[in-house]
Design a protein around this ligand. Structure first.
Ligand code: FMN
Length: 376
């Protein structure tokens, strides 16, 4: 499609979303809206015409955005972060929305109903969401069943975490739970992410402890798979803990790191809303600088070549490009799509292609880490 046409197409949808749909959506409970949007996305994805119309409205392609990474082809670097499509119900429609990849989950060994409601809040002044789902999902077997016969045109990763239950307060049970979902999901996923950074678990984040993490990775290393394995980190780690975790990661079968998950830290100058809930983790603009800082630190310090994925506060092409220039090969988003509208994925891709051209890069891989000296 002609670039001027895609530009005006995005502008019109952006206007409809900002002035009509978003004000209505933002009057209702965020979880209810999310569930209704999931139903609508499932309906569209079920029909070929639904996929075609969606693609015509949103998709954007440019050769400069295509990369081969860890045996997977990414048509563009913008992925959907874990947590939006928890149960893999949107895998048929998300490629048409323009994403280069999606990460479903987080998926756990057993089905889990999550924390009591309310468990999702908007922080409009901070351009953030407060998330307290507590790993609500249908469980690994049901979700694997849902994915197994699908043939999506983009990589589908699965984020695995441990079931949020009393039993998993014992580390050996938590490791077993992770191993169960890893085994079940690796056969249906293009890549697996080990989520050790959920801020809403009953027992906290036990795998921040290097010895627990080593124990977990020793077990996961023993599960045969050819799929790439990522680990997702919390932005709230202090430097000493981060360094210890990195040294454990380097010893194991880990191909990449996702920076970062939600922040629990209330002491954050990007929080402008008053009376925020005292449970949950924050996304969006609240976590952006923390994620970028961690990404830059890891890229600079990496003693083993790992693929970095930037997640946190991507609302525009400039946000995505910053992460790429700091060292991310791919980026992920959720909150930006909720605040800006679904056309933002195509907008980001179109503007990213223009930024690459402006800076003399033929392909996105040439821009990875250029603002961040690497000491390999
Ligand atoms: C509603 C919601 C649910 C989330 N659930 C998960 C989850 O289950 N697993 C996970 O690894 N991250 C989860 N996250 C974190 C996101 O994957 C992402 O890392 C974070 O929101 C920062 O990106 P953003 O600023 O683009 O939203 C969730 C985020 C949101 C907003």
């Amino acid at each position: 499609m002609n670039k001027t046409v895609t530009h005006y197409r995005s502008k019109i949808i952006h206007g409809i979303y900002s002035y009509l749909l978003k004000p209505i959506f933002f009057l209702s409970d965020p979880e209810l809206i999310h569930d209704r949007m999931t139903d609508f996305g499932k309906f569209l994805g079920h029909y070929h015409f639904g996929q075609k119309i969606t693609s015509g409205l949103f998709n954007y392609k440019d050769d400069s955005l295509r990369q081969e990474i860890l045996g997977m082809t990414f048509e563009n670097p913008v992925g959907l972060s874990a947590g939006f499509d928890k149960n893999a119900e949107l895998v048929d429609i998300l490629p048409s929305v323009g994403f280069g990849f999606v990460e479903v989950g987080s998926v756990t060994g057993d089905k889990c109903s999550g924390n009591p409601k309310p468990r999702l809040w908007r922080l409009p002044k901070s351009q953030s969401l407060m998330v307290y789902y507590g790993l609500k999902n249908d469980g690994c077997e049901a979700i694997a069943d849902r994915i197994k016969d699908k043939k999506p045109s983009i990589p589908v990763g699965v984020s695995v975490a441990m079931t949020n239950c009393q039993k998993n307060l014992l580390i050996e049970n938590a490791v077993e739970d992770f191993a169960k979902s890893f085994k079940v999901m690796e056969s249906v996923a293009n890549y697996i992410t080990i989520n050790i950074s959920c801020p809403n678990l009953e027992g906290g984040q036990p795998f921040i402890s290097p010895s627990n993490l080593d124990r977990l990775f020793n077990v996961l290393d023993g599960i045969p798979t050819k799929k790439a394995v990522f680990v997702k980190l919390s932005p709230d780690l202090n430097q000493i803990d981060l360094d210890s975790i990195l040294s454990v990661i380097y010893k194991h079968r880990i191909h990449g790191i996702i920076c970062t998950n939600l922040t629990k830290s209330r002491d954050n100058s990007r929080v402008f809303d008053k009376n925020i809930p005292n449970v949950g983790g924050m996304s969006g603009k609240v976590v952006q600088d923390m994620s970028d800082k961690m990404l830059a630190y890891i890229y600079k310090k990496m003693s083993k070549k790992l693929v970095l994925v930037g997640s946190g506060g991507v609302f525009s092409a400039e946000d995505a490009y910053k992460k790429i220039r700091l060292g991310a090969s791919l980026v992920q988003m959720i909150t930006g799509m909720i605040f800006e509208g679904p056309q933002v994925i195509g907008e980001i891709n179109q503007s990213l292609a223009e930024l690459l051209k402006r800076d003399g890069f033929k392909n996105i891989r040439e821009a990875v880490g250029v603002d961040n000296l690497q000491n390999l």
